[in-house]
Design a protein around this ligand. Structure first.
Ligand SMILES: [Zn+2]
Length: 212
């Protein structure tokens, strides 16, 4: 590890489309690492926006919290620039195919590596632990960074409550169960870095939603 372990952030603007409707959205880009290497969490609208946060560092992985187009649209283009694998939970395959189609590479992969609940992604001397939290999308994951005291929740949990479940592939009871089981088990002071909008904490959201 070189330099201080840290979380860097930018906001990227674009659109989200599902079920025949399109919306303007601002997405958070999160980059976890040190001065030498990093992991990119979500690849929304602009490769240049992401590379501005990465700088000269080596990208070890492009981790997708889920496959809605506003989180994965430029993942393949980013992979071309940084030569890093794209990681996604396999339950989001039908969602991924809406954006990138079903064409596999020579190895039969749509993306590069499957995420699984409990897996750990190593970067800069620390780990990001994968929490499978279906509901907003079937393959949605959160990434818990115990050494940093934070969790990256994508669209599973926002400041103010659970992510949207009104569209295809979503289910509110599934989402709330996953949040209570996997996220509310984390320490209350854990900072929640969301896919859109401001940070919150596990304690604040657990108080608002209720733990059971
Ligand atoms: Zn989403």
């Amino acid at each position: 590890m070189t330099g201080t372990l840290r979380v860097d952030h930018a906001v990227s603007s674009g659109t989200f489309s599902l079920d025949g409707e399109t919306f303007d959205v601002d997405n958070n880009i999160w980059v976890v690492g040190d001065d030498t290497e990093c992991v990119v969490i979500d690849a929304p609208h602009s490769v240049e926006d992401i590379l501005a946060v990465v700088g000269e560092r080596r990208v070890k992985a492009i981790v997708c919290t889920h496959a809605h187009d506003d989180h994965v649209r430029v993942a393949p283009a980013l992979r071309e620039r940084v030569v890093a694998p794209i990681l996604l939970h396999p339950d989001d395959r039908p969602v991924w195919e809406l954006t990138h189609g079903g064409a596999a590479d020579a190895d039969g992969h749509l993306w590069d590596l499957d995420l699984a609940d409990g897996a750990e992604i190593e970067v800069a001397g620390t780990v990001l632990r994968v929490l499978h939290t279906p509901g907003h999308a079937p393959g949605a994951v959160c990434l818990y960074a115990p050494d940093l005291g934070c969790v990256f929740t994508g669209d599973t949990l926002f400041q103010g409550g659970p992510g949207a479940t009104g569209r295809s592939f979503s289910d509110l009871p599934t989402l709330e169960a996953a949040i209570r089981e996997k996220l509310f088990a984390l320490p209350d002071e854990t900072v929640v870095h969301t896919g859109h909008g401001d940070d919150t904490t596990i304690g604040a959201e657990a108080s608002a939603l209720g733990r059971a």
